[in-house]
Design a protein around this ligand. Sequence first.
Ligand code: NAI
Ligand code: MG
Length: 352
Amino acid sequence: MSKLKLAVIPGDGIGWEVIPEGIKVLEAAGAKFGIEYEFTEFDWSCERYHKTGQMMPEDGIEQLKTFDSIFLGAVGFPGVPDHVSLWGLLIPIRREMEQYVNLRPIRMLKGMTCPLVGRTSEDIDFYVVRENNEGEYSAIGGRLFEGTDREMAMQESVFTRLGTDRVMRYAFELCRRTGKEKVTSATKSNGIIHTMPYWDERFAAVSKEYPDLKTDQYHIDILTANFVLHPDWFDVVVGSNLFGDILSDLGPAVAGSIAIAPSANINPEKKYPSMFEPVHGSAPDIAGKGIANPIGQIWSGAMLLEHHGHQEAADAIVAACEAVISGGGPKTPDLGGQASTKDLGDAIAAAI
Ligand code: NAI
Ligand code: MG
């Protein structure tokens, strides 16, 4: 029996409602496939920020390093500026633990309604690989002459060879591992004339290591259009931090709903714990009502198990989600039903 030591951070809002369902389903898969867990819960959140002035304690990262993985709900809530909650918790975790891959499967589960007319789950099945440590989201920059008419703000992008090559290599390896054919690069080398031509250069260099795989590239503007018009064109799409961020919300929206979409912040070398979280946020508009869809959280649990080598258990979780949605099981209001978060979680656990 393997035992996974997991740090659990529900965070804010519906994080507290979907995390219990995520754990329930991990337990159900564990019982079936012989996986044991040790869960430790942390109250790191905007609420904690209100009380203490910090999203997490000074030694938060050190505490997290002792776990196998992190299972996170969502952080951010009205009353705390989003850049405070993001830079006070998520970004430090992603960077200091070298979770340089943000992986999002874009898959339309059977039973979901696609916002694109005429598309079925056959057409929408690919991955977005987002660079998660550098790029446009850098703290380098500043303001000058604040409050005067000479006021200015500057922000630098950072693209390193190490950073670009390793995320691209991950995308190619993922493509091979999942039996897919093509890696697409998101670029903008016509407008952004230093970093993006460099990105293209590295993509061409790294792709030479994978002669068995096809490649192509699009500027980000037409790429977003193609996600909507031709989602069936894509297998694995790799992008910088900003472009990947945009694509990785557009993708799940095209696949039916961001409420069911999972994501993983991965340190592929397993030197540090990776972090698994739904794509959605804390949904303050529905928090406390018990109606949030828990599938994004549950599916993130499946990605966690996959990361730790429990492929069969991971597949069983995704299959159970699909069976419940397509088989007339309980549906939360976002899916057009009236079921509660717990009803849906119970049904998925039972399906396993
Ligand atoms: P959001 O994802 O929280 O909500 C967007 C819309 O989707 C809302 O109408 C919400 O009710 C709905 N929704 C989201 N998840 C749902 C679920 N599981 N079931 C049913 N409906 C769901 O995004 P929003 O409103 O932009 O952000 C709210 C807060 O969450 C902000 O503070 C933001 O910074 C934070 N946030 C945190 C993220 C994270 O922790 N990784 C990601 C995105 C936002
Ligand atoms: Mg985003």
